[in-house]
Design a protein around this ligand. Structure first.
Ligand code: GLN
Length: 545
């Protein structure tokens, strides 16, 4: 097995996850089996307990792990499903070391931060490789170089290099700013980030030089001299219009060849054809389709951050690009919609994504009412589906107090209620990894919109119309209201296999109104867009404003 560590320098947010995913895709297309692992330095055991504004989206895998959004990028680029072995945190690492110590598994040794923490990290890296029978493990080190909290991950890298020499590479993604006031690209911060790596005993083998513009020969020479790398090992990585171009950009910079040469591997093939064809479609996308996402996890200080909904955004793009459409996505703060529905004018499709808690809930419900009454294509994702039930119960069934127990535990009409097994967990404050998580089978009813779309996307076979979708929730549709709902034009088109849990709903007499108890976006890939998003984008593109 070979190992490639990927670290970031200077600032965060320059695309380390995209770079790692692109490298994974390039190595896969060169004929190798790749297993990526993200190691996050924080103490949370997983990403499930964090606020999305702090952490970004929680990406859920088939096996129900609550992971970092980078796992979403890995899956989208590799077009493969990953699992718990592909994600770990310092929290998990420390927890297992301490548990092992309590079980006397260190044979009376003094258990120390070094070497025991890096050793546990290496054990997990090994496991990630074995779980996928990989030729190459790609290890993305969370955070940026120079932080105290990720030093043990770098130490694990150093120790592995000592042991396996040429089988271990380090690729450093660094940043070269072009300050307006100076007007030229500056390489000093990048030099400093490499120095910082050197101080931990690591010499990078390849530098990815992120900047707004292409790297010129002058800066390449400087980086080569001061960072001690061959010029060919410094790959220019300027901003691109769309993140799916990055693998092609790296390929043009000869990255795959440089990596394989250093690892003593020979290319077994090259197959980027489908990827290139997809990227071409993006270039050909002309007609716009205007989508509004109404949520609450946008604001960080004075800035808007869309990281909380990254899979939703990418799923919209996959579907739109496939249809050669250019999506124009707007962020609408749910808190502002209430009493101001005009904010929703001008969108061809509206999405209420997943969410938790009471804040801005009435704004979301008002949004759903607007989409329903004005025949605007609507996609409800988890909370967005539950609130569609609340809106329908209030407006059509006349149950004025209908609500979800999550917001109003004493409501007279709890159309959405806590799942029975969840109640105890909440009472015991047992919050970590206890939601209904991961992929579950869902049975699709024939003759419905959902059935039509899944069939078009070749996702079901008629003899057993089952799909396998990813969940993350504690509440569900209350079965006591199902008859009443269904008698009034509310169609339950997908349920759990035992029929007890409502998984998908749609509305009669509406051009496109569909909601899911799961998150279809978590399974959308550039080369395999999700049929529900394709259907939604198609319906939206037909709406003339
Ligand atoms: N808060 C809702 C629940 O827990 C919906 C969760 C979600 O949107 N992922 O059931």
């Amino acid at each position: 097995m070979k190992y490639i560590f990927v670290s970031g320098g200077v600032i965060s947010g320059i695309g380390k996850g995209i770079a790692t995913s692109s490298i994974a895709l390039l190595l896969k297309s060169a004929g190798f089996k790749v297993s990526p692992i993200k190691i996050d330095p924080y103490l949370n055991v997983d990403a499930g307990t964090m606020n999305p504004i702090q952490h970004g989206e929680v990406f859920v895998t088939d096996d129900g792990s609550e992971t970092d959004q980078d796992l979403g990028h890995y899956e989208r680029y590799l077009n493969e499903s990953l699992n718990r072995y592909n994600f770990t945190t310092s929290g998990q690492v420390y927890l297992s070391v301490i548990k092992r110590e309590r079980a006397l598994e260190y044979d009376g040794e003094c258990v120390e931060a070094v070497p025991h923490i890096p050793e546990e990290i290496l054990r997990r890296i090994e496991e990630a490789g074995k779980a996928r029978d990989a030729d190459i493990v790609l290890i993305e080190i969370g955070g940026t170089v120079g932080e105290l909290q990720n030093v043990f991950i770098f130490e694990a890298n150093r120790l592995l290099k000592l042991k396996k020499h040429a089988d271990v590479l380090h690729i450093h993604l660094t940043y070269l700013p072009i300050p307006d006031s100076i007007g030229e690209m500056k390489s000093k911060p990048a030099q400093m980030s490499v120095k910082e790596l050197n101080s931990m005993g690591i010499q990078p083998d390849i530098l990815l030089a992120r900047s707004e513009a292409k790297l010129d020969e002058t800066r390449r020479r400087k980086l080569s001299l001061f960072c001690g790398l061959e010029r060919e090992d410094i790959i220019s990585a300027p901003d691109v219009k769309n993140i799916y171009e990055v693998p092609i950009l790296f390929e043009e910079g000869n990255l795959t060849d440089r990596i394989l040469r250093k690892l003593n591997l020979k290319k077994k093939g090259e197959d980027l054809r489908r990827w290139r064809a997809f990227v071409k479609k993006v270039d050909q996308a002309k007609d716009r389709v205007k989508i509004g996402i109404v949520g609450k996890y946008f604001a960080t200080g004075d800035f808007t951050l869309t990281d909380s909904y990254i899979s939703v955004i990418e799923a919209i793009k996959h579907a739109a690009y496939t249809k050669r459409l250019m999506p124009e996505i707007s962020w609408i703060d749910a808190g502002k919609v209430l009493g101001n529905p005009d904010l929703l004018k001008g969108y061809q499709g509206i999405i209420v994504p997943g969410g938790f808690g009471p804040r801005d809930i009435e704004g979301k419900i008002a949004t759903i009412k607007y989409a329903r009454e004005n025949n605007i294509p609507y996609l409800g994702l988890c909370y967005g589906m539950q609130l569609a039930v609340v809106e329908f119960a209030r407006s059509i069934l006349g149950l004025k107090d209908a609500h979800t127990e999550e917001v109003d535990p004493k409501t007279k009409d709890p159309v959405i209620h806590i799942m029975p097994d969840q109640e105890k967990k909440l009472l015991n404050r047992d919050y970590g990894a206890t939601m209904r998580l991961g992929a579950w089978e869902c049975k699709i009813k024939k003759g419905t919109l959902a059935y039509k779309l899944y069939s078009q996307g070749s996702k079901i076979n008629p003899s057993s119309p089952l799909v396998f979708e990813r969940h993350r929730h504690r509440y569900e549709v209350n079965n006591d209201y199902r008859d009443l709902l269904e008698k009034n034009g509310f169609i339950i088109c997908g349920t759990s296999t035992d029929g007890k849990l409502v998984e998908i709903m749609e509305l009669d007499k509406h051009p496109f109104f569909i909601g899911f108890q799961f998150h279809p976006e978590l399974k959308s890939r550039p080369l395999d867009p999700h049929p529900m998003y394709v259907g939604f984008i198609e319906a939206a593109s037909k709406l003339r404003l």
